[in-house]
Structure formats: structure tokens, C-alpha cells
Design a protein around this ligand. Structure first.
Ligand code: APR
Ligand code: PHB
Length: 392
């Protein structure tokens, strides 16, 4: 088999890249080790930045998204029993955020790609990357009981944090920068109408809680829990009780409950691998970096990476120019570190970090500042709705 760009991983990074390349007439094959049903039902985050939505619409991928999404103009920060609204749109010249489940987006991206005759191979096994030092590297893999080789000009490693691409880079090339937080998030998806119109980020003495949603009937809720927490210790009643306590506010407010559709625990981690390129292998999305979910940025950062990669590949194929590919790491890392800082900042401001009263007072002071100063709130809003992508 032969293609121009071999894309490993059919998450948001790999799929959006396949659409961006197709638009430029660049041939690609997407290789995914899970089944189509699995990737289409894997529950992940659900907040799209303003520019992510613009990009998806420009690629003709926005039909169902625009019909079914929820548009939000603000969010709430809840602390000391009082909710404070950050009017995101007012503070950013009218920008909004979009609530749309990542797996719904993945469904749209896969369908549109296959409808156009694009190649996505699911259920592949034993993916391995060879010949990165050669002019045409190779991806070897198993599919339907047979061994295959895919030769390409470039390999896009869009295979997530646990993928094989980053690990195929020779030792000593990459530097990993990392922070692991002393807590995880327990997340549930519940068949229950949202209890608030907007997202609620809550700082509570018992730990962080987040009220989010997927649509008018489905709520997504999270609790800060111990890093080694096990789901068995969290029957539904305990989860609802803890959410009720942490999301409680002085004013009349009730948490809507309902059947729990899904439950999971996610560790909180900040991670950056640099450079994001080794010869003809380019890493994008979670394969290169992880942000704690507090900023709702993982998916958006993955999309930003692949717009930069697509621009570099387009320049290379159309004129032989290498400058955009050469500066891929520098271009991406600028945004990655802004997002790392924002996500770390949101995380540190809202989670119970220790029993130290000094830490607690710093958090409360920061929360009071960000909810009372238009300047501080604007900084949060600008980062939350996201910065524009270079895209044409
Ligand atoms: N071979 C082929 N595919 C692989 C391999 C492999 N060895 N390892 C992992 N994959 C697939 C995964 O099954 C997954 O579908 O690569 C894909 C990676 O997708 P994501 O983990 O979704 O990562 P990415 O596309 O970078 O999306 C960014 O944003 O909301 C956050 O972390 C969340 O998934 C999200 C991410
Ligand atoms: C979600 O809806 O899953 C979600 C929302 C906001 C976050 C993280 C996750 O910060």
C-alpha cells in the first residue's frame, strides 16, 4: 500500500487532519486500532472553542454540529456558596463556546470522510513505524488476519497519549515535561436535564466539582477524587450526594438527578513532548501533549496542531517549501504552552490542593479577583473561548 500521508489514530486529530489534507488534494490513509463502534461511543470532553467550530464549518463538517449543539455565552465560577458568572461573549467581542460531545464530532468526521471515499482502516493491530530515517517511511500493521505495509512520504502520529508513534522516536531526541496532579476526576454522564443553563466550575472545601452537559436531557458531571480512587467506592448515591454538597449555592438551586449512563475516572496530568517532529514523523494532539481537563482544551489543541501540520504539508506538496514543516514544533508549542498555563491555572485555582490554609486563601483571593475585575475576567474569557487558528 502506498499513500502520501499515513495517519495513525482516528481521534479528533487524525480525522480532522484527513479532512484538511483531502481539501488540498493530498492523499492519506487513517489507521485506527479500535473498532468504529468503539471510537464513536467513547465518552470524552464536549467543549469546542469558537475557532474550532469555525474551522469545522469551513470544512463542510458543521451541519449536524450547528443543528444539535448548545451555544454558551458564559460560565459560572462557584465558591463560598455563591455563583459568579463570567460573561464570555461580552468579554471577547461576541465569541461563544459550543457544547457538543467529542464522540458526536468523531461520528460526523468519520461519516463525512467515508462518504467522500476516504480510507479509514479500523480494527488494525500491531502498528509499528519503520524507516523514519529514509525518504519514505513505513507503517506495518495487521488487518483482517493479514500483515500489511503502508509506505508514505510522511507519518502523522495522531495516536493519543498511549500510542506507538511517540515511542518510535529514538531515545534522546525527545524531552518530556510533565506534572502529575495529586487527584483524578470521576465523571458521570446522566440522563437528567442540566441543573443550570451554563457550565459551573465549583471550588469547595471537599474538592472541585463541575456541572456540564451534552444536551437538554443529558448532564455531564465531574468530582475531584483521590488519584488512586476506584469506581467501586462510588455507588451512584454517593456521587449524587457529593455533587449536591459541592455544587450547593446559597440561592434556590436544585441538582437534577437521573440514571447514570456512564462512569469513569481520569487522572489529571500536564505533559509536553518536544520537539513534536522527528524527520518525517509529526506528532499531533494527545500524542504530543496532555492538558488537565479543567480548561476543556484537549480536543481544541489537537485541532490547532493539525491545522499547522496541514499548512506545512500543503506548502511542501505544492511548492516544495519546507519552512512551515520545519517550524511545526515552534508554531504548535506556542499555543500548547499558553494552553498548558491556562489549564494549570484553572486547575490550581479550583481544586483542593492540600490542607494548607495559605493555599486556600490564595485560591479564594484569585477567584474573588477574577470574578470582580473585568480585566482579570477578560483574561479568563479570552483563553477559554480560545485564540484564532492560522487557517486558509
Ligand atoms: N494504532 C492505531 N491507533 C491507535 C494506536 C495505535 N497503536 N494507539 C492509539 N490509537 C488510536 C486511539 O484508539 C484513538 O482513537 O488513536 C486515537 C487517538 O485519539 P485521541 O486519544 O482522541 O487523541 P487526539 O485525536 O489527539 O484528540 C485529542 O482531546 O478531549 C481530549 O484527550 C481528549 O481525545 C481527546 C483529545
Ligand atoms: C465536559 O463537558 O466534558 C467538560 C466541560 C468542561 C471541562 C471539562 C469537561 O472543563
Amino acid at each position: 500500500m502506498d499513500t502520501q500521508v499515513a495517519i495513525v489514530g482516528a481521534g479528533p486529530a487524525g480525522l480532522v487532519l484527513s479532512h484538511l489534507l483531502d481539501r488540498q488534494g493530498i492523499d492519506c490513509v487513517v489507521l485506527e486500532n479500535r473498532s468504529r463502534a468503539y471510537v464513536e461511543s467513547r465518552i470524552r470532553a464536549g467543549v469546542l472553542e469558537y475557532s474550532t467550530v469555525e474551522l469545522l464549518c469551513a470544512l463542510g463538517l458543521g451541519d449536524r454540529l450547528m443543528r444539535e449543539r448548545m451555544v454558551h455565552h458564559g460560565l459560572e465560577l462557584l465558591f463560598e456558596g455563591t455563583a459568579h458568572r463570567i460573561p464570555l461573549s461580552e468579554l471577547t467581542g461576541g465569541k461563544t463556546i459550543t457544547i457538543y460531545g467529542q464522540h458526536e464530532l468523531v461520528k460526523d468526521l468519520i461519516k463525512a470522510r467515508l462518504d467522500k471515499g476516504g480510507d479509514i482502516l479500523f480494527d488494525i493491530s500491531d502498528v509499528a513505524v519503520y524507516g523514519l530515517d529514509e525518504r519514505r517511511p513505513t507503517v506495518r500493521f495487521g488487518h483482517r488476519g493479514a500483515a500489511h505495509e503502508l509506505r508514505a512520504d510522511f507519518i502523522a502520529g495522531c495516536d493519543g497519549f498511549h500510542g506507538v508513534c511517540r515511542q518510535s522516536i529514538p531515545l534522546g531526541v525527545l524531552r518530556s515535561l510533565e506534572r502529575v496532579y495529586p487527584f483524578s476526576w470521576l465523571g458521570i454522564l446522566a440522563q437528567a436535564p442540566p441543573s443550570s443553563a451554563e457550565l459551573v466550575y465549583a471550588r469547595h472545601d471537599r474538592g472541585f466539582a463541575l456541572h456540564s452537559m451534552r444536551n437538554a436531557e443529558v448532564t455531564r458531571l465531574y468530582l475531584q477524587v483521590a488519584p488512586d480512587e476506584s469506581l467501586e467506592r462510588w455507588p451512584d448515591q454517593r456521587i449524587w450526594g457529593e455533587l449536591r454538597t459541592r455544587l450547593a449555592r446559597d440561592a434556590d438551586w436544585e441538582l437534577t438527578t437521573g440514571p447514570v449512563l456512564e462512569k469513569g475516572i481520569t487522572p489529571m496530568r500536564s505533559f509536553v513532548a518536544e520537539p513534536m517532529q522527528y524527520k518525517r514523523l509529526f506528532l499531533a494532539g494527545d500524542a504530543a501533549h496532555i492538558v488537565p481537563a479543567t480548561g476543556a482544551k484537549g480536543l481544541n489543541l489537537a485541532v490547532a496542531d493539525v491545522t499547522a501540520l496541514a499548512a506545512g504539508l500543503t506548502a511542501w506538496y505544492s511548492t516544495g517549501r519546507t519552512d512551515l514543516l520545519d517550524s511545526y514544533t515552534t508554531t504548535c508549542l506556542q499555543r500548547v504552552w499558553r494552553v498548558q498555563h491556562f489549564s494549570w491555572w484553572m486547575t490550581s485555582m479550583l481544586h483542593k490542593l492540600s490542607d494548607n490554609a495559605f493555599d486556600e486563601q490564595l485560591q479564594l483571593s484569585q477567584l474573588r479577583y477574577v470574578t470582580s475585575s473585568a480585566t482579570a475576567a477578560t483574561s479568563l474569557a479570552e483563553n477559554y473561548v480560545g485564540f484564532p487558528y492560522a487557517f486558509d
